[in-house]
Design a protein around this ligand. Structure first.
Ligand code: GTP
Ligand code: NA
Ligand code: MG
Length: 298
C-alpha cells in the first residue's frame, strides 16, 4: 500500500489470562455492560470484540476465554492483536493459563500490559504477582523492567482510567498506522448461523475500509456485504482499520481465524470460495483414507 496514505488507527487489544481471573468483568467495567452475567457457568466460551472511546482515543478489545480447553482461541487472539492485556487475579497469582498467555503474546511479538485484578479481595497480594511474573520473564517497571502494570478492581472500578492510559501510551509508542483507502482485509473472529439474520461473521478489519455492497471472500465462503453492525448493534455504512464488526450477507459461515478480503466481483469471489471448498474436501478425503490405512496396518 501507499505509505503516504497511512493514517493512525486504534490499537487492537486482546485480554488474556487464567480462567476466572476477571477478563470479561474488566471489559464489562470498562464498557459499563454486563456480559459475564449472561455466560453459561460464568465461563467465556468464545471470543468477543468491542470498541470503546476514551478521551477521543478509540481502543478495540478482543476478549478471550481463560479455560484450559480454549488454547486455539487464545493463540488466535494474540495473533490478531497489537497489545496483550495479561489479567492476573491478585489473590490467585500466576496460574497455568497465565503462563500460556505469556507465551502466546511473546510468540506473536506483542507487548504485554499486566492488569493485576481483584485488588479489593482480602487475600490480594499484588507484589507476589509481580515476583511470580519474573520467573516467566515478564519484568514490570517496579522490578526494573519495562512492562507496564496496573492494579485494578473490575468489581469496584478501581484504576480503569489508569489501565486505559497505559494502553493509549503503549499504542502511541507502537505508532500504529493503516491505509484506509486500500482494499479491505482482516480476520474472522467467529461466525455463526443466526435464525433471522443468516450467516453472521464477526470480523476485525485490519486494513482498508469495508463497505456495504462489497464482495467479500472469507476462508472458503463468500458473500455481498448486506449490512455492517457494530458491537452496540448500530448499523454502519463503513468499517475502517481496527474496527470490529458483524458482517451480514455471507453465503455460509467462515471459520474462526479465517482471513477475509474484498474482491472485485461475485464471479471471482465464487471461484476462490469454490476452489478452497474443493481443497478442504480433498484434504478431508485424504485424511480419512489415511486413517483407514493405519487401521488396516493394525
Ligand atoms: P473466563 O473468561 O471464563 O476465563 O473468566 P474471566 O477471566 O472472564 O473472569 P470473569 O470476568 O468471568 O470473573 C470471574 C469471577 O471473578 C466472577 O465471579 C467475577 O464477579 C469475579 N471478579 C472479577 N473481577 C473481580 C474483582 O475485581 N474483584 C472481585 N472481588 N471479584 C472479581
Ligand atoms: Na469466568
Ligand atoms: Mg471471560
Amino acid at each position: 500500500s501507499n505509505p503516504e496514505k497511512m493514517v493512525s488507527r486504534p490499537p487492537v487489544v486482546t485480554i488474556m489470562g487464567h480462567v476466572d481471573h476477571g477478563k470479561t468483568s474488566l471489559l464489562d467495567a470498562i464498557r459499563k455492560t454486563n456480559v459475564v452475567s449472561g455466560e453459561a457457568g460464568g465461563i467465556t466460551q468464545h471470543i468477543g470484540a468491542y470498541q470503546v472511546e476514551q478521551d477521543g482515543h478509540k481502543i478495540s478489545f478482543i476478549d478471550t476465554p481463560g479455560h484450559a480447553a480454549f488454547t486455539a482461541m487464545r493463540a488466535r487472539g494474540a495473533q490478531a492483536t497489537d497489545i496483550a492485556i495479561l489479567v492476573v487475579a491478585a489473590d490467585d497469582s500466576v496460574m497455568p493459563q497465565t503462563i500460556e498467555s505469556i507465551s502466546h503474546a511473546k510468540a506473536a511479538g506483542v507487548p504485554i500490559i499486566v492488569a493485576i485484578n481483584k485488588i479489593d479481595k482480602p487475600g490480594a497480594d499484588p507484589n507476589k504477582v509481580r515476583t511470580n511474573l519474573l520467573q516467566h520473564e515478564v519484568f514490570v517497571e517496579s522490578m526494573g523492567g519495562e512492562v507496564l502494570d496496573v492494579e485494578v478492581s473490575a468489581k469496584n472500578g478501581t484504576n480503569l482510567d489508569k489501565l486505559l492510559e497505559a494502553i493509549i501510551l503503549q499504542a502511541e509508542i507502537l505508532d500504529l498506522k493503516a491505509d484506509p483507502d486500500r482494499t479491505a482485509e482482516g480476520v474472522v473472529i467467529e461466525a455463526q448461523l443466526d435464525r433471522g439474520r443468516g450467516a453472521v461473521a464477526t470480523a476485525l478489519v485490519q486494513a482498508g475500509t469495508l463497505k456495504t455492497g462489497d464482495i467479500v471472500v472469507a476462508g472458503d465462503q463468500w458473500g455481498r456485504v448486506r449490512a455492517l453492525i457494530d458491537d452496540k448493534g448500530k448499523q454502519l455504512k463503513t468499517a475502517g482499520p481496527s474496527t470490529p464488526v458483524e458482517i451480514l450477507g455471507m453465503q455460509g459461515t467462515p471459520g474462526a481465524g479465517d482471513r477475509f478480503a474484498v474482491v472485485k466481483d461475485e464471479a471471482q469471489a465464487r471461484e476462490i470460495a469454490e476452489y478452497r471448498q474443493r481443497l478442504a474436501r480433498e484434504k478431508a478425503v485424504a485424511k480419512s483414507a489415511g486413517q483407514r490405512g493405519s487401521l488396516e496396518q493394525m
